[in-house]
Design a protein around this ligand. Structure first.
Ligand code: 3HC
Length: 690
């Protein structure tokens, strides 16, 4: 037997043990080992399939995707489980995910640890269960429940696993011992393939499809998964398997799955920093300065992960309002059943209002989330410098400002960095961690560790105006504004980008954020910052006549009271036309292809600059920022992955086309794009000489 798969006889029961850390992915060695173990079953009356370590199989080995297949394949291994003359029992602990659950469904029975969960997360990789899961699961759980799990991707707990019929029994105590005992009582094989086909419950199926259509707009795996699951009712088992395979192979070789797999690995890579050589400090008490929306959300993110938090605001009324907001958000989450009421109250209790700066003297990490102005931030850090312990880490949540200048307001700039949360901070997964010129390795390592504990996806950025995400957004918004001035109606600009896969268009987004924010920003720009006045003419005019966006019931669009749906306004179109005439902009038809192309090229060109300047460590970090902080469609992999799919030569040619038309100011191709176009390289493979 291999080191990865071993066997042990326990009386008449053969225990097949798999040990493939960290998550027992079903790579070739595992599959081959299990097939060999089954072939050597000898006179055993039953077998138990058990995994060592923290989990049952977490799925097929994703690193093998796209490589030449190696026999035995996962379907072949599962067939060997079914063909084993003795009943085989899956002993599930931790998680049984994707191919892991399919493996369990290839067994005759499944016993599950009370804390374990099972699920089909493949949809997040742009695929669906492709090793018989779409044919076996419906024969136990029904079509609607299987579709629900397949299209939603979220795992279900042990109680539900038994209720749906996917598992047979819950185990309390030692899963292996309980599974052996259970196995010894089974004298019969009970292959799922021999069960009758599921019945079609159309209303329940339609309800699942409606949920997926909304949550997974644009993802082609939804239709293919549905077709495969429905085949379990329409076709005999073997033909159903063939259908599943055919549809699965179409997806796995396609661009959407490639993009989503890229994000899966990129999101795990982004927390790793080349050359970082320090262990994180342990964190206990967290301090948050500023109890506005951002500060409250940050406090909640830490409280949700079990940290005690001190929340301070220099304005006592604002602090009271912040605490009330936090309480009502927790109560709303309990009312929706996301947490129990007891848990919601516990989380709330972990956040203690603080009434003076001294409250921070015991904190290990203090995050500032006050008004976005350099003098205000510096004043906060000067106060923190007086009260915080010398070894405490101080972070600023600034979205744009120079972290090094803020750090300069303190005695020890090396313990300062940026922790840029995205709103709402208790929900959004992205956390940009801004490494200042003097930030200690241990400061950075601790912030990365904190991000992991509060379940964020961290991406490290260097210091520049807007860091990775907001710096790139500038060009994206600029091109949206220019397309509108040149002739596209606001709703046409938004629709083009929505159809591309963005959750909402940039102009509706501007209304949501408030047009006055950009207006004030443009008026407080410091030396070295620049913007395109033509692109913001409309917003400036609208703010000046009191249309500041959703909050005033009108901005680029109109809003009916209590309704956030943007409604086009002919008066705004008239203003655009008037402004265009005043500034000599010739109006023309601007196609949706042009809108998308210009907005994407602007993102990509700035992303290339960010990469070559070393602001981002790697192109995939930029993709992680956009997929998790800006709603970039996951099935497109992020702007830099999208650029690689188009090819650097094509990107260069299109940038040069716009440069010729509009001049060099915004359209000069980044030298990195020229380099990649010349060498045939990709952003994904490019490495900066350090
Ligand atoms: N294949 C290969 N590597 C995997 C893997 C898999 N299925 N699942 C996790 N890993 C790797 C990760 O890349 C990571 O590697 P790294 O340490 O080098 O960065 C390591 O295992 C640990 O993973 P996490 O950091 O994600 O660990 P967590 O404890 O946070 O999460 C988990 C564990 C919930 C199991 C999570 O890893 C996960 O969701 N994994 C993917 C599950 C999945 O999508 N399964 C379906 C696979 S596709 C499939 O089965 C197709 C089939 O239908 C034919």
């Amino acid at each position: 037997m291999s080191e990865i798969v071993s066997t042990e006889s326990r009386g008449d029961c053969l225990v097949i043990r798999v040990n493939n850390p960290p998550v027992n992915a079903l790579g070739h060695a595992v599959r081959a080992g299990v097939v060999t173990a089954l072939a050597d079953i000898g006179g055993a009356r039953c077998a138990v399939l058990h995994c060592e370590g923290r989990t049952f199989f977490a799925g097929a080995d994703i690193t093998e995707f796209g490589k030449p297949p190696q026999s035995p394949s996962l379907p072949e291994m599962i067939a060997a489980l079914e063909d084993c003359p003795a009943p085989v029992i899956a002993a599930i602990h931790g998680m049984a995910l994707g191919g892991g659950l399919e493996t369990a469904l290839g067994c005759d029975y499944r016993i599950i640890d009370r804390k374990a969960r099972i699920g089909f997360p493949e949809i997040d990789l742009g695929i669906f269960p492709g090793a018989g899961g779409t044919q076996r699961a419906p024969r136990l759980a029904g079509i609607a429940a299987t579709l629900g799990m397949t299209l939603d991707g979220k795992p279900i707990d042990a109680t539900r696993a038994v209720k749906t019929g996917l598992c047979d029994e819950i185990s309390d105590g030692d899963i292996l011992e309980n599974a052996i005992e259970f196995a010894m009582q089974q004298s019969q094989k009970r292959r799922i393939r021999d069960l009758p086909s599921p019945v079609v419950d159309q209303p329940a199926i339609d309800a699942e499809l409606a949920k997926a259509a909304k949550a997974r707009r644009g993802q082609i795996a939804v239709d293919k998964a549905t077709e495969a699951v429905l085949a379990s009712a329409a076709l005999p088992f073997e033909q159903g398997l063939e259908k599943e395979r055919e549809l699965f192979l179409e997806l796995i070789g396609g661009p959407q799955s490639r993009a989503m797999r890229h994000l899966f690995f990129s999101e795990r890579l982004s927390a790793k920093v080349d050359g970082l050589n320090a262990s994180p400090k342990s964190l206990g008490l967290i301090g948050v300065v500023g109890s506005g929306t951002m500060g409250s959300g940050i406090a909640m993110a830490f409280a949700n992960a079990g940290f005690s938090v001190r929340l301070f605001d220099a304005n006592a009324d604002a602090l009271k309002a912040g605490m009330e907001r936090i309480r009502s958000l927790y109560m709303a989450s309990a009312a929706k059943g996301r947490t129990s009421e007891a848990e919601a109250l516990d989380r709330y209790d972990r956040i203690q209002p603080a009434h003076n700066w001294e409250a921070f003297s015991a904190c290990d990490l203090i995050i500032e989330a006050v008004f976005e102005r350099m003098d205000v931030k510096k004043a906060v850090f000067a106060e923190l410098d007086k009260v915080a312990r010398a070894d405490a880490i101080l972070a600023t949540n600034t979205s744009y400002l120079d972290v090094d200048s803020i750090a300069a307001a303190t005695k020890d700039p090396a313990r300062i960095l940026g922790m840029h949360f995205f709103s709402p901070a208790n929900v959004m997964r992205l956390l940009e961690i801004v490494r200042g010129a003097k930030t200690y390795d241990i400061t950075l390592a601790t912030a990365l560790d904190a991000a992991k504990r509060i379940k964020k996806v961290p991406v490290v950025s260097g210091v520049c105006h807007g860091f990775i995400g907001n710096r790139m957004l500038k060009g994206y918004g600029r091109e949206a504004g220019l397309c509108m001035m040149e002739g596209a109606a606001p709703e046409a600009v938004d629709k083009a980008l929505y159809d591309f896969g963005m959750p909402m268009g940039p102009l509706a987004m501007a209304d949501l954020a408030g047009l006055d924010i950009g207006y004030d920003n443009r008026r407080s720009m410091t030396a070295g910052e620049d913007y395109e006045p033509l692109a913001s003419l409309l917003q400036d005019r609208l703010v000046e006549i009191g249309r500041k966006g959703q909050k005033t019931g009108a901005g680029i669009y109109n809003y009916e009271p209590g309704n956030r749906t943007p409604r086009p306004d002919p008066d705004v179109n008239a203003i655009i036309e008037q402004l265009a005439a005043e500034h000599g902009v010739k109006r023309r038809d601007v196609s949706s292809e042009e809108i998308v192309e210009r907005c994407m090229l602007a993102l990509i060109n700035e992303g290339a600059a960010i990469l070559s300047e070393g602001i981002a460590q790697r192109a995939s970090d930029i993709d992680v920022v956009y997929a998790n902080g800006y709603g970039f469609p996951r099935y497109r992999g992020g702007p830099m992955f999208y650029a690689d799919e188009l090819g650097a030569g094509h990107i260069l040619e299109r940038l040069e086309n716009y440069q010729e038309k509009y001049g060099p100011k915004w359209w000069t191709p980044s030298p990195l794009i020229r380099e990649l176009a010349a060498s045939g390289g990709t952003f994904g493979h490019w490495k900066r000489d350090r």
